[in-house]
Write a new protein. Sequence first.
Length: 599
Amino acid sequence: RACDRCHRNACRCSPGIVGTTCGRCEKQAVECTYNRPVKRRAPPSEPSEPPRSPGINDEAMYNGPSTSDLYSAHESLVSPEAIESIMQVFYHNIYPMLPYFHWPTFHYQVRQQLYRSDRDVFVVVMSVCALTSGQLQNGIRIPQDLYDIRVNAATVSSKCYCAAVEAMPNDITSASDYLQAMKASAILAAVCLQNEDMKKTVAHLGDYLSLSVMHGFYAEANWPDDLTEIEKQERRRLFWGVYQQEQYISTNFGLPSRQCEAKTTVLYPAEVFDDEDIFATSIQLRPDRVSFLRGWNYCTDLYRLFENMNGMMRAWQQASVEEPRGLLNSFLTGVRPSKNLTYEILNLISRLYEELPPELKVVKDITGDPQKDWYGLIAMNIVLTTNKIKMLLAGTEKPNVHLRCAIASELLDEIEALPRGLSSALSIGSLHHLSHIGHILSSTIPTPLSTRTYLLVRNILVVLVELLENVELSRLSIPKASIRLWGQVDQIDQYMQQNPKQDPSSGLLTSQILPDTSAIGSINCSSAAESLNSAQESNFTISQQSTMQNSGSDFISAPILSTSHSTDLFKDWPVLPGETDALNSVATLLSAGSGTCGP
């Protein structure tokens, strides 16, 4: 029978023999007891409770085969040896971004092949296999025994994903081990985001959030009193990791965040150098060593900062005493933010960044040593997240195109200094960061700008899009992000040529300064135009609120536009939802012209 601890946590207990320490208790260095009373079983004369509905049994709560058949149905796809190799790839390349496990414990479960009989472990393992297999085609370093899987990476990833989903309970609230179900849901959301399936990304995170609310996961006071330090640290990592996921989706795709920090009381995870430093009752911190979690927690700081700043600014900007309940809204928004609040927060971010250890501020090439390589992966994430948040903050008040150009230029300088071999380690999330930075910069187009400023914006976009294009073309995937940005660059050029303004300093017309747009990039312009037109037709409608504004002979003026969502934002997802403001702005500016790419 299960020991007291495994019984209480609804976990599989092995070997489950009274007087013998089970594997879980031994691994976590806790006492293994069998003190609970043994219930005597006797054949009941009558049913003690009303019979269940016909056809309802324990296995019916789940999709797919019975627990004993879970893995055997997929063993031909991923052998136990392949699973262990995939776990090492995950540990080396993805774990620092999604550190949801106490690695010694999780690795022990994999080596013992508990996924053969434990449904909850199986779901998590298949989720990790799906996520990692999906990244094998990016060129990351892998063991030799995974070469065959790399060839069929997309298929393996898809089948592992389906295996995990089928093993989840039909009713997520009935999960026997809700913590494992939450881990699996968070990882499956990352799989869908990697595959650019926004519907399922939102759905899986919804499962996680439902369990989080039901079990009070958002407040440590609701957690069981007898948790070990290992279990507490896992929970803290999972909580703040999904918070980062939610804020990432909110900032990149323009969706409302469903997990805010207002009612959360969960501590940050301890910044240990290695998971071996976490014990059942204590933690060993090494002051002389740098933990990658130091940078991971820094990214959480940035998202928390932007969430609070953005909420305050939006509430203040939208409050109007003329509207119904306007006086109440104005009161609830509190005191008007200081005039220099944006610059104060940008300075705060700079100070927080300066406090980071050097290991987390320098992106170095892949070495093969996980601990050293984690620094580079986290440093890359820090660079991208920091500059994206700065770009967003630069637009919370009146958008400042010159400040955004300065931030983007600084980012490009840092990217230019990156090791060439690091591009294979860039995740889809990193590419979305870069793409979103480009689209934030493009959103300045509707603002009256001088010719020189337009050229500055254009040059930065070209460098950024070439970087994205080189990374995407090096992989076995369609270069979607670079196509979208190339389309914007091309449409900017067309607009400037159709609306020639004389640059006072050079005496040249805009059309004389611009290059021949027919030779932009290596991506066919017609493909970009087709993608843009598809996005406009399926996802958004545009209403022009004012006519062309004239701000002087040395400025190019543009209409002020607003966008409204269609009934199904995720119907085809041909373009990132957060990018549509820039796309619609440029497209409308061209409505008076030919509206085509090239001759």
